[in-house]
Ligand binder design. Structure first.
Ligand SMILES: NC(=O)c1ccc[n+]([C@@H]2O[C@H](COP(=O)([O-])OP(=O)(O)OC[C@H]3O[C@@H](n4cnc5c(N)ncnc54)[C@H](O)[C@@H]3O)[C@@H](O)[C@H]2O)c1
Length: 350
């Protein structure tokens, strides 16, 4: 199988690249412009580490380029590929509020450029878009809730949010809007041009080789803080809940989807996350990290961030049914892996 992965230096892209490169006979091209640190205003290197890491795989080709560069896309797709996983993007909410035009350009316009390149140069490829739960905006967060000592729960006891949740008439943040735009384009390219597309509306993805910043990648950010004795800021009351998905489980979901092909890729949308069993609040994750480090994590509280969902849990029934997929790495094991990797590489986080 020939695969192109955009954002191939990032958490999702680099883990997907390693996962698919292990398949016999596969050839993986990763494309990335290594802009993650810059997007979050940081001069320290981050995803450059993953870029170097991928060098060890002889069947992984690396192209350092921007997804909006048509010539680079032509080169990456030359001869046609079987699959494209689109993981490049501006992944932060606060950064999207700070720079909405750049956010739109990277997430919405960049996705359209890539879809067009696929239509022109590799129309038979299966295309998976890394979308987000933020496309549901405040609709997903305005369901009746109960506030318990350490977390919020759905008052009606529901399993989570299904794909039928409306996306209109609600707050999204610029990030939610640019990702929804990309999400709709991917669906539409399935319908109008017959490209095999699938949209993964992902919840909180975490894992080893993640470079968290305060604005994005909170599990990794908290983990580094636990190890470095750094104070963290909790926006809101810390009871907000997310369903956490270990990144290798996501890579397996990509693989299942691509193997199944057309039946699962007709502009189809999937909510993908750890599901109810892997749902924890910020306060609960802090406690787990304190157990791993044996130290209390210093914290301060600040006002809620705009459109922050008090609880988001993916209902993954559709993915379970159509992709024959469910998460395998539970949160205790996943956090342990992330914690150990961060400790071994702590110099990258100082
Ligand atoms: N991590 C999560 O919890 C999560 C949740 C939902 C959705 N997503 C989406 O999944 C995707 C991947 O997330 P991630 O956690 O791996 O983020 P990441 O920042 O680790 O990876 C994204 C990569 O894309 C690259 N990139 C950004 N703009 C680019 C451009 N114009 N051209 C080429 N490369 C570019 C960055 O350098 C980075 O390496 C993003 O689109 C994000 O919106 C992530």
């Amino acid at each position: 199988m020939k695969v192109l992965i955009t954002g191939g230096a990032g958490l999702v892209g680099s883990v997907a690249a390693e996962y698919l490169a292990a398949r016999k006979g596969s050839r993986v091209t990763v494309l990335d412009n290594l802009c993650r640190s810059r997007l979050f205003g940081c001069s320290r290197r981050s995803v450059e580490f993953n870029w170097e890491y991928l060098r060890r795989f002889p069947n992984v080709r690396r192209i350092q380029a921007d997804i909006r560069d048509r010539d680079a896309l032509r080169l990456a797709l030359r001869g046609g590929v079987d699959a494209v996983i689109h993981a490049a993007g501006q992944p932060g909410v606060p950064s999207s509020i700070r720079m909405p035009e750049e956010d739109f350009s990277l997430n919405a316009s960049g996705t359209l450029s890539l879809l067009e390149a696929v239509r022109k140069h590799s129309p038979r490829a299966g295309f998976i878009l890394c979308s987000t739960n933020k496309v549901y905006g405040e609709n997903a967060g305005s369901l009746p809730l109960r506030r318990l000592a350490r977390k919020y729960v759905y008052a009606d006891g529901r399993k989570g949010i299904a794909e039928s949740m409306p996306v209109d008439n609600t707050g999204h943040t610029p990030y939610g809007v640019s990702k929804l735009c990309a999400d709709l384009y991917a669906q539409e390219y399935g319908r109008i041009y017959g490209i095999k597309t699938a949209v993964f509306r992902m919840s909180c993805i975490y894992g080893a080789r993640q470079f968290g910043f305060e604005e994005q990648g909170w599990v990794a950010w908290f983990t580094a803080a636990a190890l470095l004795g750094r104070e963290i800021t909790i926006y809101g009351d810390g009871r907000q809940v997310r369903d956490l998905l270990y990144v290798s489980d996501l890579a397996r979901a990509f693989d299942n989807c691509l193997r199944k092909g057309k039946t699962c890729m007709r502009g189809e949308v999937y909510n993908i996350g750890g599901g109810r069993e892997n749902s924890f609040s910020l306060l609960q994750v802090l406690l787990k990290l304190e157990t791993l480090s044996g130290k209390r994590i210093k914290r301060r509280f600040a006002p809620w961030r705009r459109s922050d969902q008090k609880i988001y849990i993916s209902d993954t029934s559709k993915a379970a049914r159509m992709l024959e997929w469910k998460p395998r790495v539970g949160v205790d094991e996943g956090l342990d892996r992330l914690f150990r990797w961060t400790r071994e590489n702590i110099g990258l986080f100082r």
